[in-house]
Design a protein around this ligand. Sequence first.
Ligand SMILES: NC(=O)c1ccc[n+]([C@@H]2O[C@H](COP(=O)([O-])OP(=O)(O)OC[C@H]3O[C@@H](n4cnc5c(N)ncnc54)[C@H](O)[C@@H]3O)[C@@H](O)[C@H]2O)c1
Length: 276
Amino acid sequence: MPDVTWDFTGKVALASGGASGIGRAAATAWLAAGARVAILDQSAERLEETAAALGGERLLTVCGDVTEVADCERAVDETLRRFGRLDVLLNAAGIGGIGRVWELDPLVWDRVLAVNLRGTFLLTRAATRWMVEHREPGRVVNIASTNASVPTTGHSPYCASKAGVVAFTQVAALELAPRRVTVNAIAPGPVDTNLTAPLFAMAGARDAFLRHIPVGRIGRAEDIAQMILFLSSAAAEWVTGQCFYVDGGQSLVALPPYIDLVEQLLGVAPAGAPIC
Ligand SMILES: NC(=O)c1ccc[n+]([C@@H]2O[C@H](COP(=O)([O-])OP(=O)(O)OC[C@H]3O[C@@H](n4cnc5c(N)ncnc54)[C@H](O)[C@@H]3O)[C@@H](O)[C@H]2O)c1
C-alpha cells in the first residue's frame, strides 16, 4: 500500500466494527496518523486480539451491540470520558444474511436491517448529539456497499440495508451540514475480511468475483481505510452526503461485459454500429 501521510494528532475517532476487517484497518491507520481511537464491537474475543495487536494509551475498546441504544450511548460516553472529545465516527459494523425472498427467515431480515441500518442510525445519533451540543465540527463515515445500488440475488436484506445506509447518509448530511458535521458513505466492492472469508473459501468463488473487477484483484481492507481517512480528514470539509464507490471498478461491470459478450457470440470483433 503506497504511503499517504495523514495527520490526526489531537483527533478522536470512534469506529463500530473496529475489531475486524475494514473497521480495524481504519483504526490502525488512524492510530498511525496520531489519533486516539475507540472501537465498539460485539466480539469480546476480537476486541481482545485487536487490543493486543494495536493497543496502547491511544486505544479504547468497548464491547457492545450497535443495535442497542444503551450500548451506542455507552460507547460514546466511554470515548468522551477517556479522550475528552469526539471528532470522527465510522459506522463499519455490518453483517450479511442470504436467502431467496420466498424462503428467507424474517429473523434474518430483521437482524441484517438492525445491525446495518438501525446500528448506523443509533451510533450516529449518539455521536452527533455530542458534536452538535458542543458546537464541534465532525465527520461521520458510513460503510455501505456496492450492493446499495447493484442488486444481487439472495441478498435482499443486505441490499436493502445498504441502500438505506446511503439514504440515511444523505438526510443526515443535510441536517448536519449547518452544524459543520459532514456525513458520507463508502460503497466497497468485495474485500478480503472475516466477513467474506467463508465465501472466498469456496472453490471458484474468487475467480468468479475477479471476472467482474476491472482492476484485477479483490480489495484489501486498507484500500477502504484510505478513503475513510480522507473523508474523516480536514481536507474533506466540503464533501458531504456522497457515496464513494471503492471497488476496483466492480460497479461499472454489473452487467456482463457487453462487447466481450458480443464478440463471444459472433466469434469476431464487432465493428461499427451497435448491435442493439
Ligand atoms: N468485506 C466486504 O467485501 C465488504 C463489501 C462491502 C461492504 N462491506 C461492509 O463493510 C463493513 C465492515 O465489514 P468487514 O468486511 O470489515 O466485516 P468483518 O466481519 O471483518 O468486521 C465487522 C465487525 O463488525 C462487528 N459486528 C457485527 N455485528 C455487530 C454488532 N451488532 N454490534 C457491534 N459490532 C458488530 C463484528 O464483530 C466484526 O468485528 C460492513 O458494514 C460490511 O457490510 C464489506
